[in-house]
Design a protein around this ligand. Structure first.
Ligand code: ADP
Ligand code: MG
Length: 477
């Protein structure tokens, strides 16, 4: 007489329980329902596709051992996977899979008449109301205040396209990458905010890698994986920030892989950011990396001077603060670490201007910079002036200090002297000394001719202005 499935399964559980810890046993084996036992085949029902994939990824040897111990070497296990729990009118939809195919991806369904892979869709147990979902977006990030420049043009326009038609463009997933503070988070949040505003019926979710991992581990511990994935599978726009930190987190990657596939298959939009292009991400499963490359990968570069200037003006304007051009240019030149430092400097300036009622001028800017941006040179030296001016006019240091009287050398030499007078505390005699032992009258002559040329030759004046900016950025007195 054939033993009923419940008894067989209870015996299997005894074998399994001895091999894994209690928590995993409760999470992954308690929810299983034995359905049928016919000949060599035991069919068990599992609550979801993910559950099935997880068992196949992690517990195949244990399951095989259990079933062989209880039913003999020829015994086989089959799954009946609930893909839709149904409702009062419709019975649950299930698909069947044989055990042992999980590693190669989805096994072909062993149709039981209830469903097929084509019919398969990640129906969820409970439908979430988009209005109740906390998107975790910061409303202050928008496209309006995301300044466009050469450094971010492609990424920005891809973002705009995605925001117009989430899930519909071929930019799915959209993967944005770049160094610290280049605007990745700002841009992806701007996309999220725009979609949320235009399509309030869509569920938009921004999470950074850390949130995602923590939520996942929590769900795992509290036996809430089902809810965790049900929630994620209902999201219309999923933004995962800083994926590079998923490196080496196998289980979390596994879960993300599953969510990614389901969302992608159903035309949901996925956006990710990373600090490097997908090909350079280390500690990732190859199959996940290859998914990252499916859509569009766009990089954000360090902003150039013009873009930084525009960002400064934009930010100050939105706070209703006037900033003298001189100060804005000084900051754009000086803060060359990253935009987050820039943000710090600007916030501090706003603080000084609004609360302490100080006027924003170069001195205040320098003061603030000193406290926020490290590694700024404290003074500008003759060497530095000679080098900067020399580089600009392509004249080497020796020539700058030497005797040559050719015009191509004399003019840069005079310009360098002029800046030494303007930007250092040195006396005329000492300046002369630094230029191959010339006397102070030569320096006076140099200053006069530079000033004359600036009045008569606009190109020359431009060069001097440009050099002046370069030098000023080093000056924190
Ligand atoms: P990342 O995520 O790449 O490290 P963030 O998005 O956090 O960088 O940007 C750092 C700061 O610089 C933020 O305050 C952001 O608003 C600002 N920022 C970056 N790029 C731009 C831009 N193009 N226009 C305006 N602000 C920007
Ligand atoms: Mg960021």
């Amino acid at each position: 007489m054939e033993v009923d499935s419940a008894t067989v399964w209870t015996d299997c559980l005894d074998v399994i329980q001895k091999q894994i810890d209690e928590q995993n046993f409760n999470t992954w084996f308690k929810p299983i329902v034995p359905l049928r036992h016919e000949g060599d085949v035991l069919t068990i029902q599992v609550p979801s596709q993910f559950f099935y994939e997880w068992l196949e990824e992690n517990y195949v040897p244990i399951l095989k051992k259990a079933i062989h111990t209880v039913l003999g070497e020829n015994a086989r296990l089959e799954y009946s996977v609930i893909v839709d729990s149904g409702n009062q009118r419709n019975p649950p939809l299930t698909v069947n899979y044989p055990n042992g195919k999980g590693k190669t991806g989805l096994a072909a369904p062993q149709g039981n008449g209830n469903g097929s892979l084509d019919e398969y869709s990640p129906f969820t147990l409970r439908t979430i109301d988009p209005r109740t979902v906390n998107s975790r977006l910061n409303p202050s990030y928008s496209f309006d205040n995301f300044v466009e420049g050469d450094c971010n043009r492609l990424a920005r326009s891809a973002g705009v396209a995605v925001a117009k038609k989430p899930g519909v463009t071929s930019f799915n997933p959209l993967m944005l990458y770049g160094g610290v503070g280049v605007g990745k988070t700002h841009l992806v949040q701007a996309i999220g905010n725009e979609i949320k505003q235009k399509l309030p019926e869509k569920i938009v979710l921004y999470v950074d890698q850390n949130d995602f991992t923590n939520q996942f581990l929590n769900a795992l511990q509290n036996h809430k994986l089902q809810e965790f994935q049900n929630f994620y599978l209902q999201v219309d726009l999923l933004i995962l920030d800083d994926v590079q930190f998923l490196a080496g987190r196998e289980k979390t990657q596994e879960m993300f892989f599953h969510i990614f596939n389901q969302l992608h298959q159903t035309g949901k939009q996925i956006i990710m950011t990373s600090d490097c292009p997908p090909r350079d991400l280390k500690g990732f499963q190859e199959r996940l990396l290859s998914r990252f490359k499916w859509g569009l990968t766009a990089d954000l570069q360090e902003p150039d001077f013009e873009t930084k200037l525009a960002i400064i003006h934009n930010k100050m304007q939105s706070d209703g603060i006037q900033i003298p051009t001189e100060v804005a240019e000084y900051l754009a030149y000086s803060v060359d670490t990253n935009l987050r430092d820039m943000e710090g400097v600007l916030n501090s300036l706003i603080f000084h201007a609004t609360l302490l009622k100080k006027e924003i001028d170069l001195d205040l800017a320098k003061e603030v910079m000193k406290n926020i941006v490290k590694e700024i040179q404290s003074d500008v030296s003759v060497d530095f002036i000679q080098k900067t001016v020399g580089d600009y006019f392509r004249v080497d240091l020796d020539a700058m200090k030497g005797k040559i009287k050719k015009r191509e050398i004399v003019i840069p030499r005079q310009v360098a002297m002029y800046f030494c007078k303007r930007y250092t505390q040195l006396t005329l005699a000492l300046i002369g000394e630094n230029f191959g032992g010339r006397d102070h009258s030569t320096v006076i002559h140099a200053l006069e001719s530079v000033e004359d040329m600036m009045k008569t030759d606009p190109n020359f004046k431009n060069s001097v202005d440009e050099l002046s900016k370069k030098l000023k950025m080093r000056m924190v007195s």
